[in-house]
Design a protein around this ligand. Structure first.
Ligand code: ADP
Length: 400
């Protein structure tokens, strides 16, 4: 076995995604997901060599035990020796981290400190780092920040129209997320048109449970729809995206919502779920829309797609040329309905869909979905894990 794999860890608040990746070509030796951690329904799925194994686990099952379970499995499969380093997805790097970063005590302290900006994510990321250090004390650990790619945004894109002191004293500004994904699909699209990424301009739409649009100019992020937190921008599965901030005062002052109620409503009860009333899952909403008897499902999809199109059109203001639009994420990669609705909304900008190509592009397929007379739109399957593995390996090679 070659000694050249990176273990990529992505710790969510109640989940742990992991994969063992060859950084040179992105091939995955082993991957898996531990879900519903800290609940009595915790479960861990591991896929190796095409075989899927599911383990029911005894509770309490937390990130630490999930990593111990993974280590036991790696030992049993004799895979431990082929891991050269560990790459961690870390959600918030603030303004400090715009590059892959070797983890040490200072970096851990900074990740902890940045939890004030990402209270659900950074503590979980740190838990994963500490558990991985305990499990693999001899291996170097690298943090790849989700905000890093967007650190090239100009001030005019990241400053909010509120007192400037709030930015200077408390870091209140747009940071953006999904940076690793936007970077990956932009690089892939640059390969497709055979131009260096540094000469390309794209608008990429990462549409999953969370959704964000990014304007990429000369290969760099110049604006994005997610903000200081992952609540701003387009509508998402359960998150509202942009609303009039005055609604919050109305809810609290007139309708007796508590701050926690507003938080829950905007983060967990809104978006596709809130408008459709049936689900946050795009497949369910889409199926109800296609059946044709659910006007609210149809409305939810209309709002969802219209707002994506509006954001894309808005981001043309950030660019001087446009090589094309990229769709990615679970919805972007699979939903021909969403893509068609968005592109039809953009006819004025000379986008015309190729219906057959659009229908064919799903389940990991990547390609062009627009007609010959149109500006280009591609579907590109994202692969954040590969970027994390690649950047981890690159950093360690530089350090060696
Ligand atoms: P996350 O943001 O958690 O990584 P994903 O990128 O996996 O999420 O995206 C999840 C979303 O993708 C869900 O709304 C799901 O319904 C949607 N999705 C997955 N497959 C399809 C499909 N075939 N058609 C429409 N939507 C899909």
């Amino acid at each position: 076995m070659n000694n050249d794999f990176i273990l990529v860890l992505n710790c969510g608040s109640s989940s742990l995604k992991f994969s063992l990746i060859n950084p040179a070509n992105g091939s995955t030796l082993l991957s898996g997901l531990a879900e519903r951690l800290l609940s009595e329904h915790a479960i861990i799925n591991i896929k190796y060599n095409g075989d899927k194994q599911q383990y029911a686990v005894s509770t309490p099952f937390d990130h630490q035990t999930a990593i111990s379970c993974l280590v036991a499995q790696l030992n049993q499969l004799n895979l431990t020796d082929c891991i050269t380093a560990i790459g961690h997805r870390v959600v918030h790097g603030g303004e400090t981290y715009c590059q892959p970063t070797l983890i040490n005590d200072d970096v851990k302290a900074a990740i902890k400190n940045l939890a004030r900006l990402a209270p659900l994510h950074n503590p979980a990321n740190l838990t994963g780092i500490i558990a991985a250090e305990a499990a693999f004390p001899a291996l170097k650990q690298v943090a790849i920040f989700d905000t890093a790619f967007h650190q090239t945004m100009p001030e005019k894109a990241y400053i909010y129209g509120i007192p400037y002191a709030l930015y200077k004293q408390h870091g209140i500004r747009r940071y953006g997320f999904h940076g690793t994904s936007h970077y990956f699909v932009a690089q892939q699209a640059a390969n497709v048109i055979d131009k260096p990424l540094a000469q390309c301009s794209f608008i990429s739409a990462h549409l999953g449970n969370g959704c964000s649009i990014a304007a990429i100019k000369d290969g760099k992020s110049v604006d994005t729809s997610l903000g200081m937190t992952p609540l701003e921008g387009v509508m998402m599965g359960t998150r509202s995206g942009d609303i009039d901030p005055g609604i919050i005062f109305h809810l609290i002052n007139q309708l007796n919502y508590s701050v926690q109620d507003v938080d829950n409503m905007l983060n967990k009860e809104s978006g596709l779920l809130g408008v459709s009333g049936i689900s946050n899952d795009c497949r369910t909403v889409e199926a109800a829309y296609i059946e044709g008897h659910d006007p609210q499902a149809a409305l939810a999809l209309d709002v969802f797609c219209y707002r994506i199109a509006k954001a894309i059109a808005g981001f043309t203001a950030s660019l001087t040329t446009l090589d094309g639009i990229i769709f990615t994420g679970g919805i972007g990669e699979n939903s021909d309905v969403v893509r068609e609705k968005v592109i039809c909304q953009l006819g004025l900008l000379n986008f015309n869909i190729d219906t057959d190509a659009n229908l064919a592009m799903r389940f990991g397929k990547s390609g062009l979905i627009t007609a010959e007379c149109s500006r280009s739109v591609w579907v590109i399957a994202t692969n954040e894990e590969w970027v994390i593995a690649e950047q981890t390996a690159q950093l360690l090679n530089q350090e060696a």
